[in-house]
Design a protein around this ligand. Structure first.
Ligand SMILES: C[S@@+](CC[C@H](N)C(=O)[O-])C[C@H]1O[C@@H](n2cnc3c(N)ncnc32)[C@H](O)[C@@H]1O
Length: 320
């Protein structure tokens, strides 16, 4: 058991230092997993062209088809660094605050950005001998078999480079079929990382999120988004719809920017100085040529929103 000041003041510094050292490992992991994916599915030129067309929709308000074979490949080359950055901020609380088992349900896990971030955080604590009794079990909910095929490859590569003992990841195809399970009575987080995009509406998210939170007795829900106005509005809409549909009092859930100041959001990227994942960039060039996808990162703090349940469940920090 660690006093809160130690977690906040000391661990955050150590974690930051340890995470910085992982940039080269991540570069190799992204590059090798992408290459393995390319050969495994025998990607062709038309798959790459389709991927570019689908992924371009993400910057508009269109719907990206994540079942296309090329999409996870381009997604990792272009976005994985950025997504892991966001997930690090979102998952910092989950990993650090509670010295014991924690359960995370990752909705729309995609190419495992949340899982990679949690693995890095646990590894950083372990490296400094301060992991305590922490263990994280993640249920990665992802309906697209090609997205989770890439996620699995990334985790396989990561596990060969860092100690995976404190993390268990299970993949699950549908949120609707998640059964209540909680063998360890572990505090539960629900995470939706970059899943709230137009054309979804608040209603399409609020009801299933509510049911899931009830079933799993979730302590917290974390939603992350890009800083686009439309995503931001959608998150606020979800909160409002949940209040109405649950009839809960104002303030029973708190939606607040949950950015963790001590963890650098631009950890993996080089900010405006340039990209620092040369191996990943080389795979992108080999597949697409010089005009291909440029790996992206957050120049600005990611948007992380936290819905904290009060009243029925103990806050995790107090339980630690
Ligand atoms: C933009 S990606 C985000 C992936 C990952 N969370 C990240 O931060 O990189 C959105 C993911 O949500 C998945 N998805 C779409 N509809 C879903 C649904 N109804 N339930 C769960 N996941 C869904 C997609 O297949 C896709 O992998």
């Amino acid at each position: 058991m660690e006093p809160r000041h130690r977690i906040q003041d000391i661990n955050a510094q150590l974690v930051r230092a340890a995470l910085r050292n992982q940039a080269a490992v991540l570069d190799e992991v992204f590059a090798i997993a992408a290459e393995r994916y390319f050969s495994h599915w025998g990607l062709k030129e038309e798959d790459l062209a389709q991927a570019t067309e689908q992924i371009a929709r993400l910057s508009g308000d269109g719907h990206c088809d994540y079942t296309r074979f090329g999409v996870p490949f381009e997604y990792v080359l272009r976005y994985q660094g950025r997504q892991v950055n966001t997930a690090l901020s979102a998952m910092f609380d989950a990993v650090l605050e509670h010295n014991g088992p924690v359960r995370i349900v990752d909705l729309g896990a995609g190419t495992a950005a949340v899982e990679v971030a949690v693995a890095l955080l646990l590894h950083a604590l372990e490296a400094h001998g301060i992991a305590g009794d922490r263990h994280v079990e993640i249920l990665a909910v992802e309906p697209s078999r090609v997205m989770f095929s890439m996620g699995r490859l990334l985790l396989e590569e990561l596990e060969q480079r860092i100690d995976p003992q404190r993390l268990k990841v299970s993949w699950w195809p549908k949120a609707k079929t998640i059964q209540p399970y909680n063998p360890l009575s572990a505090p539960t987080w629900i995470v939706g990382a970059h899943v709230l995009h137009p054309p979804f509406s608040p209603d399409t998210w609020a009801k299933p999120l509510h049911l899931l939170a009830e079933r799993l007795q979730a302590h917290r829900i974390y939603l992350t988004s890009s800083r686009r106005r439309a995503d931001y509005d959608l998150i606020w809409g979800v909160q409002a719809a949940m209040r109405v549909s649950w009839g809960i009092a104002r303030g029973a859930w708190e939606l607040a920017p949950g950015r963790i100041d001590d963890v650098p959001y631009a950890l993996i990227g080089g900010g405006s100085e340039g990209w620092v994942l040369p191996k990943t960039a080389a795979v992108a060039r080999a597949a697409y040529g010089e005009e291909g996808p440029v790996p992206a990162w957050h120049r600005y703090p990611p948007s992380v929103y936290r819905l904290l349940r009060r009243g029925r469940a103990r806050p995790v920090a107090a339980a630690a």
